[in-house]
Design a protein around this ligand. Structure first.
Ligand SMILES: Cc1cc2nc3c(=O)[nH]c(=O)nc-3n(C[C@H](O)[C@H](O)[C@H](O)COP(=O)(O)OP(=O)(O)OC[C@H]3O[C@@H](n4cnc5c(N)ncnc54)[C@H](O)[C@@H]3O)c2cc1C
Length: 305
């Protein structure tokens, strides 16, 4: 039986950064990825020093080249099962029913966003419809901005956007209830609230033009930010028996370790902030603690540091 030191599932920033650290430690590493990184629709990546505005695919291609240099094996295939029935190793099964085994397992399987269920949304996503003001707010500074949110997260999102523009309208798509205290704060910041249900988003070449309401009114906007939530890309974290926190995100300690010995979770699939730089940092952290754990087992000593 071929035994890897580490299998990593997920080749976004978290998994790739874990791979480069472990590759440089000359560990035997296998990385699985089925190419559905969360930010692929983005026009350019921000908040990652020295890589400002890089296209996500360009970033991934450079990262894949680096992990290859350090001997990491990349398999572009989906994994549909992982278990630890044997106490000494994990077994990972790909969609072709092929099994692979490793001493340690890092899950960096990410999330996917739930888009508003409104005609026109998919064509705008990533180009003029965003979920994160920190990632895309600067690019639409001083423009006419719309916020789409049925849940109460819309108030916070609209207020965050006041860093970027003073022309903001919050659309609640039929949801009329709003706490009076929230409405007062929005009024003070001149944020308009429209609760009439939305019929469609209209735009051209990915650029939003109008938000059309069911009563026929059209509201022009240059960009829209939405808060609709997200879901996990795959259920492996849960099926392996990890303790889960809010929103089906895995709970880990500061070393990215889960409650299952030898199993680590890094990136958006764990509970911290959803940024590329944070995902990459968590991947690096997981890799270092995996390496420490392997060394300690190899030396039959307690973990270092
Ligand atoms: C439109 C948009 C724009 C964004 N802009 C920015 C930005 O400017 N700056 C920033 O810091 N952040 C940005 N983000 C957030 C950023 O994309 C995430 O924080 C980051 O991608 C998380 O990295 P990750 O490695 O955890 O997950 P991901 O990048 O999502 O990677 C997870 C990988 O796991 C793979 N995978 C999952 N399950 C399996 C399986 N069973 N088998 C095989 N492979 C699997 C997927 O195919 C995917 O490639 C943006 C997000 C979106 C949606």
């Amino acid at each position: 039986m071929e035994l890897y030191d580490v299998i990593i599932i997920g080749g976004g920033p978290a998994g790739l950064n874990a791979a480069v650290v472990l590759g440089r430690c000359r560990r035997k590493v296998l990385l699985f990825d089925h190419g559905k990184q969360r930010n692929l629709k983005s026009h350019g990546m921000h908040n990652y020093l020295t890589r400002d505005d890089i296209k996500p695919l360009q970033f991934l291609e450079a990262a894949r080249k680096e992990i290859k240099k350090y001997g990491v094996t990349l398999k572009s295939v989906a994994v549909n099962n992982a278990d630890k029935k044997n106490e000494n190793y994990f077994t990972v099964t790909d969609i072709n029913r092929k099994n692979y085994h490793s001493k340690k397992l890092i899950l960096a399987t990410g999330l996917k966003d739930k888009l508003p269920a409104i005609p026109g949304a998919a064509a705008l996503y990533g180009n003029s419809m965003y979920h994160c003001p920190y990632c895309d707010g600067w690019e639409v500074a001083d423009k006419k901005l719309a916020v789409y949110s049925k849940p109460k997260g819309g108030v916070e999102l609209a207020l965050t956007l006041t860093c970027f523009s003073n022309n903001i309208t919050l659309f609640t798509d039929g949801k009329k209830y709003m706490r009076k205290s929230d409405k007062n704060i929005l009024d003070k910041k001149n944020i308009k609230v429209i609760s009439t249900p939305i019929k469609s988003f209209e735009g051209k070449n990915g650029k939003l033009k109008n938000i059309t309401l069911v009563n026929g009114e059209k509201h022009m906007a240059d960009a829209l930010f939405f808060s609709g939530g997200y879901e996990v890309q795959c259920g492996l974290v849960e099926s392996l028996g990890c303790t889960m926190g809010k929103d089906s995100l895995a709970l880990t300690n500061k070393s990215q370790q889960t409650n299952i010995k030898g199993l680590y979770v890094a990136g958006d699939a764990s509970k911290d902030m959803h940024f590329v730089v944070v995902a990459a940092a968590e991947g690096a952290k997981a890799a270092v603690y995996v390496n420490k754990e392997l060394m300690s087992e190899e030396n039959k000593k307690k973990p270092f540091g």
